[in-house]
Ligand binder design. Structure first.
Ligand SMILES: Nc1ncnc2c1ncn2[C@@H]1O[C@H](COP(=O)(O)OP(=O)(O)OP(=O)(O)O)[C@@H](O)[C@H]1O
Ligand SMILES: [Ca+2]
Length: 522
């Protein structure tokens, strides 16, 4: 984030530079920035480089004040004492401080906050030459237009305002417990640019392609949000203003629960929201049966992160509290990683389905064969050791082969699973029953007719059945790779591990049959 615009009175200050600002206004601005902040400035002893810490907005403001307005935080700290602080509050969107200047004992209250909200508290403003002027309706309108102009070019607007108060007045109010917030004088407006990260556009597109809707809920001004949302593809460029896709937090908050449920599907963007609105949105979407993921960086979004099905926090910018209450921490702060999360989530779900189908087929086939053969002829075609052996290699190697399949592009085309769809789909049942039926038919034919077909004795026939059963499972493993597709070999070259495991399974089977005859009864 970076301050790219600065208005003093009704003059844009970028070209003029800090030297043209009158001394009294500059001093007040310095006070307003340096005491009313949660960030800090370090100057490394060796170089002349400054280091800024704090939230992104704070860092942007501090670096602007230090580098462009020649603010010296150390010197200012020594010249004033802080009397009372009101921390930034996500509902009021402002923070305040009252300070006493040591040399003349004057007390100043400074406010910094969302521009249109701060403007509402002002009755006067400093013009470019440092004179105080009355903020009448005509002037107010001009300021409103300035703010809107900055917002539509996707800037975050923050205003600085102050008020000088009398000592007695403060004493009467029990030593500055409540900061005065009316009849302030506007010091200036800044516009902070927060450029869209390079991968966001693609990530939004990929999510939408995968059937995931993206909503943006933020504390920023509605015009700023609309500009940013359009830039990163959340809103259509020619979205109708009255379509209900963009709303303000207050509007959303004041709906009746039924109204909210009705409108929530249409809403893409909520501006000037409080943390409570974010939570409300998550609750609403969940109530509608959606699976909700929330990404966030801030402490105040903790309730929404916790309430969501999946909470994602940012690893670098994110606060510790946000990380603690999220399920996934995105280490590189890249929104593009959300797509990776989506892909791997679907991949794991898909692999579990494949394995379930595979295992159930093995078990159903083994059970039916042994049951039918025992009931009709009193002989068991697969012995206990053989069945254990099949379980052993299929549970370990089979699981390994199917669970290590990497996410494929097709996964993103799959329809959403949702909350209520069963894990075993109809297609899986179809595959399972068809495959089990086929295996049972082959093996029972071998059991009852094998000796005459191949002209072998009973012992060899039993081994034949055992081998056939294991090989059936090996082929079935290929079948399980694709639940829906006909071509189960697609992308097989990529699955080196899969092929290796199939090879190992066959080698182990040969060892079992040829070298462990006594044990395996072959
Ligand atoms: N340090 C600050 N001092 C004063 N006002 C601020 C500051 N940071 C943000 N604001 C104002 O509050 C608004 C953002 O409010 P809030 O922090 O509740 O929303 P958010 O969606 O959590 O924002 P963020 O993108 O910063 O996480 C901004 O548009 C700005 O006007
Ligand atoms: Ca935040």
């Amino acid at each position: 984030m970076k301050v790219t615009k600065f208005w003093l009175g009704q003059e844009s200050m970028e070209e003029r530079g800090s030297t043209s600002i009158s001394d009294n206004v500059l001093e007040l601005l310095h006070q307003g920035v340096s005491f009313n902040t949660t960030g800090s400035v370090y100057k490394s002893t060796s170089g002349s480089e400054f280091e800024f810490s704090g939230s992104p907005s704070e860092k942007a403001i501090l670096s602007w004040a230090v580098l462009e307005l020649d603010m010296d935080m150390e010197k200012l700290k020594q010249s004033c004492t802080i009397l009372h602080v009101e921390a930034f509050n996500s509902i009021k969107k402002r923070s305040g401080v009252s300070i006493r200047k040591k040399d003349d004992n004057t007390i100043n209250v400074h406010w910094k906050g969302a521009a249109e909200m701060a403007l509402a508290m002002c009755s006067h403003y400093y013009d470019f030459s440092g004179k105080i002027k009355v903020l009448d309706d005509v002037e107010r309108k001009k300021f409103d237009q300035m703010i809107q102009g900055m917002a539509v070019s996707s800037l975050r607007c923050i205003a600085f305002a102050h008020k000088q108060v009398q000592e007695e007045e403060n004493e009467g109010e029990q030593v500055n417990k409540i900061l005065k917030d009316n009849n302030l004088t506007l010091l200036g407006l800044v516009g902070i640019k927060d450029p869209c990260r390079p991968h966001v556009n693609k990530a939004v597109e990929a999510c939408q392609y995968a059937g995931v809707n993206i909503n943006m809920i933020t504390g920023d001004n509605v015009f700023t949000v609309r500009a940013i949302a359009t830039k990163c593809g959340i809103l259509e460029p020619n979205e109708d203003i009255n379509s209900g896709a963009v709303e303000e937090g207050e509007e959303f908050r004041n709906y009746t629960p039924d109204e909210r449920l009705e409108k929530v599907d249409k809403i893409c963007v909520i501006a000037r929201s409080s943390p409570f609105d974010k939570l409300l949105m998550v609750q609403c979407l969940k109530q509608k049966g959606h699976v909700v993921a929330v990404t966030s960086d801030g402490t105040n979004d903790t309730p929404a992160l916790k309430k969501a099905d999946i909470g994602l926090s940012m690893g670098i910018q994110g606060t510790e509290v946000a990380k603690e209450s999220s399920d996934i921490v995105i280490l590189d702060d890249n929104f593009g990683s959300v797509v990776t999360v989506l892909k791997w989530g679907r991949c794991v779900y898909n692999n579990i389905q494949k394995f379930i189908q595979f295992r159930l087929t093995v078990n159903v086939a083994a059970l039916v064969i042994n049951f039918v053969a025992t009931v009709s002829s009193g002989q068991v075609p697969l012995t206990a050791v053989q069945l254990l052996w099949v379980n052993l290699i299929m549970d370990t190697l089979g699981a390994l082969a199917l669970a290590t399949e990497k996410p494929s592009k097709e996964l993103m085309e799959k329809p959403l699973v949702g909350r209520t769809k069963p894990l075993m789909t109809n297609i899986m049942w179809r595959n399972l029953l068809a495959q089990a039926f086929y295996q049972v038919a082959v093996l029972l034919t071998l059991q009852f007719r094998g000796k005459s077909i191949f002209g072998v004795n009973a012992n060899v026939n039993d081994t034949l059945i055992f081998n056939t059963f294991v090989l059936c499972q090996v082929f079935n493993e290929f079948n399980a790779r694709k639940l829906k597709k006909k071509n189960v070999f697609k992308g097989i070259h990529g699955g080196k591990l899969f092929l290796a495991i199939i090879g190992i399974t066959i080698v182990l089977q040969v060892v079992m049959v040829e070298f462990l005859k006594k044990f395996a009864s072959t």
